[in-house]
Design a protein around this ligand. Structure first.
Ligand code: CFM
Length: 540
């Protein structure tokens, strides 16, 4: 059973009491209540530097660029320019699955690194980078290679862009670099932006060969963790929707090159890919809308929105038929678990969009979210996209390049007139918007940005949730407190959780997790009686 404390001030006091005054003052601004049932949406402090010394959940800019955005694309060689640890620890650790395709151009299983050592730090690493690009090309003959900078590259000043330009000329393939040094931004979020810019600049719209298909869309911000994209692809196919490219789960560079032929961009994780959606609209005239395939209800709603956009009666009917076919199994699974899951409580602290999206899945099985937050989201992810014009650009955001995009002189083709867009919006098919997490959470709920380990402990002690969703760094510490942890980054080897099949998987798994007795039986070493360690010294 969970206990919800009376008011926010009391709760904050308990969370922040032990912190130095200056730290507590800053953390105070990153903790706000939900604004459900029409309350005013409070401002939250987000996308700012983590206070040194605090144990954050965050990752680095390199991780967001290489691991998150370009990592899942199978036919590009992603080469880390840096010490071997950066390449090694980002090697297959994110469970983005792929279909290797008939051509078999799948480099995801490989770890490409220049393996910088002290010598390169002192004398420069450009020669080594050039040699590594050449070696990768000679071995695999890929059509594209991208290079990722790690912290030391920025510190010593290797000109990775000059090297990739030269190699592109020499090899006659696409070679580009990402200035995504780990320290470049305050989190992995900066890395998303950098990768978005480079894909847009070097890849998207570089192949004008027409693509067949009736209702052509792209899916932005879906990464096929645990097979989510496979399930979404299955549903699109059943509906007769042609998916040109997913950025970037189960994707190829060829698909990105032709993505400008789509008539609609659907955006799932807006945090990581909204930049591409915006730039494609400006350059090619493709509108974008927010979708969400996490949760069966959300999936049905997103499909209906896509069908409404195309204003095609046949597609609308087909979508309704698919929903009608898929929903009975979902409803049966929910009915089975509901008696055991209703009234249980959850906390979600993860990433930049899942801590919000997954609340729908919990709601479908009668579970309430007591507290949630992102690692690296921006204020718009919490408060809604309408706050964007009011955001102050600080030195850290200014550090990340903003591309100046203008309509393509020959290929700009607005898919809908302003009148058509207006008419659709009147039917609640909205464009360029997403609601933030705060507006959709109850006012008793707590929203915390960039939660740290100390606050996590306190929160669990105070609110005692039945399940906590986060990542591997948090998993075992929280489980030792007797609370099951479901990893929302890699799904703990589970999934898919997207779409209809995914919802069923989720219901069953959460039922097992919140109802197993094992958590009440274990005791952490410090909770048992007697000293934690015992030893005797025997002189001999
Ligand atoms: Fe988007 Fe993601 Fe997420 Fe993200 Fe990520 Fe991820 Fe995530 Mo881990 S792109 S913001 S940087 S939905 S890797 S697939 S699970 S933190 S909530």
């Amino acid at each position: 059973m969970s206990t919800t404390p009376k008011n926010l001030d009391e709760l904050k006091k308990e969370l922040l009491d032990k912190m130095p005054t200056k730290v507590a003052r800053k953390r105070d601004k990153a903790i706000v209540p939900g604004a459900g049932s029409g309350e005013a949406i409070p401002e939250i402090l987000a996308n700012v530097r983590t206070i040194p010394g605090i144990l954050t959940q965050r990752g680095c800019t390199y991780a967001g660029c290489k691991g998150v955005v370009l990592g899942p694309t199978r036919d590009i060689v992603n080469l880390t320019h840096g010490p071997i640890g950066c390449g090694y620890y980002s090697w297959l650790t994110r469970r983005n699955q792929t279909d290797a395709g008939e051509d078999g151009d799948n480099y995801i299983p490989y770890c490409f690194s220049t393996d910088m050592t002290e010598n390169d730090i002192v004398f420069g690493g450009e020669k080594k980078l050039r040699a590594a690009i050449k070696e990768a090309y000679d071995t695999f003959k890929p059509t594209s290679i991208s290079v990722f900078a790690t912290c030391p590259v920025g510190l010593i000043g290797d000109d990775i862009h000059a090297v990739t330009r030269q190699m592109q000329e020499e090899l006659g393939i696409t070679v580009f670099a990402n200035s995504c040094e780990g320290y470049k931004g305050v989190s992995q979020s900066a890395g998303h932006h950098i990768a978005n810019n480079q894909i847009f600049r070097h890849v998207i719209g570089t192949d004008d060969t027409p693509v067949e298909g009736k209702f052509k869309i792209n899916l932005l911000g879906e990464y096929n963790i645990g097979g989510d994209a496979f399930e979404i692809e299955r549903i699109f196919e059943k509906c007769g929707i042609t998916l040109l490219a997913t950025f970037s789960g189960n994707s190829t560079i060829t698909q990105f090159r032709q993505a400008h032929h789509a008539d609609l961009n659907t955006v799932m994780c807006h945090r990581s890919l909204n930049y591409v959606a915006e730039m494609m609209e400006t350059k090619f005239g493709i509108p974008w809308m927010k979708v969400n395939f996490i949760g069966a209800e959300a999936t049905a709603k997103s499909l209906r929105r896509i069908a409404a956009y195309f204003e095609d009666a046949e597609l609308m009917a087909r979508v309704e038929q698919v929903i009608a076919e898929e929903m009975p199994a979902v409803a049966a699974a929910a009915a089975e678990v509901l008696p055991r899951t209703t009234g249980k409580t959850a906390m979600l602290f993860v990433g930049g969009s899942r801590a919000h999206h997954y609340q729908d899945l919990f709601r479908e099985i009668g579970m309430e979210t007591l507290a949630a937050g992102y690692e690296f989201a921006h204020r718009d992810d919490y408060e809604g996209r309408h706050v964007l014009p009011t955001l102050k650009v600080d030195a850290d955001s200014r550090n990340i390049e903003e591309l100046e995009i203008t309509p393509d002189p020959t290929r700009y083709n607005p898919r809908k007139t302003p009148e058509q867009i207006k008419a659709l919006e009147d039917q609640d098919v909205r464009f360029k918007v997403y609601e933030g997490m705060i507006g959709e959470m109850k006012k008793e709920a707590l929203i915390i940005d960039d939660i740290n380990q100390y606050e996590t402990h306190k929160l669990i002690e105070i609110m005692k949730p039945d399940i906590f969703c986060a990542g591997i760094k948090e998993k075992y510490i929280i489980q030792k407190m007797g609370v099951p942890l479901k990893q929302l980054h890699n799904y703990d080897m589970g999934g898919p959780y997207a779409g209809f099949v995914g919802a069923i998987n989720w219901y069953h798994e959460i039922d097992r997790l919140v109802n197993t007795k094992v958590w009440s039986l274990i005791k952490a070493p410090w909770q048992t009686e007697g000293p934690e360690l015992e030893a005797a010294y025997v002189a001999g």
